[in-house]
Design a protein around this ligand. Sequence first.
Ligand SMILES: Nc1nc2c(ncn2[C@@H]2O[C@H](COP(=O)(O)OP(=O)(O)OP(=O)(O)O)[C@@H](O)[C@H]2O)c(=O)[nH]1
Length: 258
Amino acid sequence: MPENLTQETIPAAAASTRSLRLGVAGPVGTGKSSLIATICRAMSEELQIGVITNDIYTDEDARFLRSAGVLPEERIRAVETGACPHTAIRDDVTANLLAVEDLESDFAPLDLVLVESGGDNLTATFSPALVDAQIFVLDVAGGGDVARKGGPGIARADLLVINKIDLAPYVDVDVEQMLADAVDAREGGPVLALSRKQQDTVDRLSAWVREMVAKHRAGSHTPQDPGPMAPHFHADEDGGYIHTHDDAEGADAVRHQH
Ligand SMILES: Nc1nc2c(ncn2[C@@H]2O[C@H](COP(=O)(O)OP(=O)(O)OP(=O)(O)O)[C@@H](O)[C@H]2O)c(=O)[nH]1
């Protein structure tokens, strides 16, 4: 340390304010906000938690979480993505990164910041520049064969959650088969069956989060990129277009106008 720079003169920001940044992605309505509420409810006494939500035009998810009363309201902040939600978690993560850093410095030290992606399709994943680890959420109501369809989030997120298993008998889904398909699609990567109504499954989710926070603190977790999104369709007033995030073609390359 230079002679004139004593411990007292090191700016506060140099002290570690870095939480585990944990992304939660998955198709619309699979239960991302509910899963975040469940983690907050189960773990807010043992961990200091903050939440960033992403919605296209509203702050609806943030309002849902605030009204659930699972965290002090000021620890839940919304980023309005204004465009396709995956752009803000993958191609240009600036708005989200600033929101995470502000939260970390306003409430330092936080242990965990959960970043909820806007509901998207099967292909959305977070950039490792934004999150240290990510959960991909499917639900049984989306159909028992979804896990077999693969995609970067299903195959390579740090954890795949099959949510709402309490609904399986009503939608004729065999949960064990769906879990087995998911384990195959992930070549053995972790898969968790979840229902917020079944405490044993919530306990397993908390245990996974606890272990990930511990690994992050110990420096033994390396963020992985699940891989680029597959080309996908965006509807607009003129019908829509296929959009690809293939690096070779540029983040917003448009392959085909409809
Ligand atoms: N039965 C049951 N319903 C659930 C469970 N988790 C979530 N839900 C319901 O599923 C619906 C969607 O949940 P959300 O948490 O809003 O889903 P989301 O993925 O955040 O939705 P978007 O942000 O719109 O993509 C809500 O009606 C929840 O009450 C569960 O474990 N069991």
